[in-house]
Design a protein around this ligand. Structure first.
Ligand code: SF4
Ligand code: SF4
Length: 79
């Protein structure tokens, strides 16, 4: 992976990788709405937001990459 910020904190699932250091600054939470397969949930929206992949939903992903585009902070990568 290129361009990995040294401050990045990546949480990896099977093939989704989320830089949760970016989620902390997020105000839009567009990942949740963008994924029509319901894969993401943003927790702690009022404090320190963090995007998670909902348990057992990761395999629903069709790799359409709508979410990677929707996340303006570019926190999401998919293998
Ligand atoms: S994945 Fe992107 S849109 Fe979702 S909470 Fe994190 S920074 Fe915000
Ligand atoms: S690639 Fe498509 S299906 Fe997969 S998590 Fe992103 S928006 Fe959802």
């Amino acid at each position: 992976m290129s361009e990995v910020d040294e401050r990045a904190i990546i949480e990896s699932y099977k093939f989704h990788h989320i830089d949760i250091s970016k989620c902390k600054q997020c105000k839009e939470f567009s990942c949740e709405e963008a994924c029509f397969r319901g894969i993401y949930e943003v927790i702690n929206k009022d404090t320190i937001p963090k995007c998670i992949v909902v348990e057992d939903r990761e395999d629903r992903c069709v790799k359409c990459h709508i979410c990677t585009t929707a996340c303006k902070l570019r926190a999401i990568t998919i293998d």
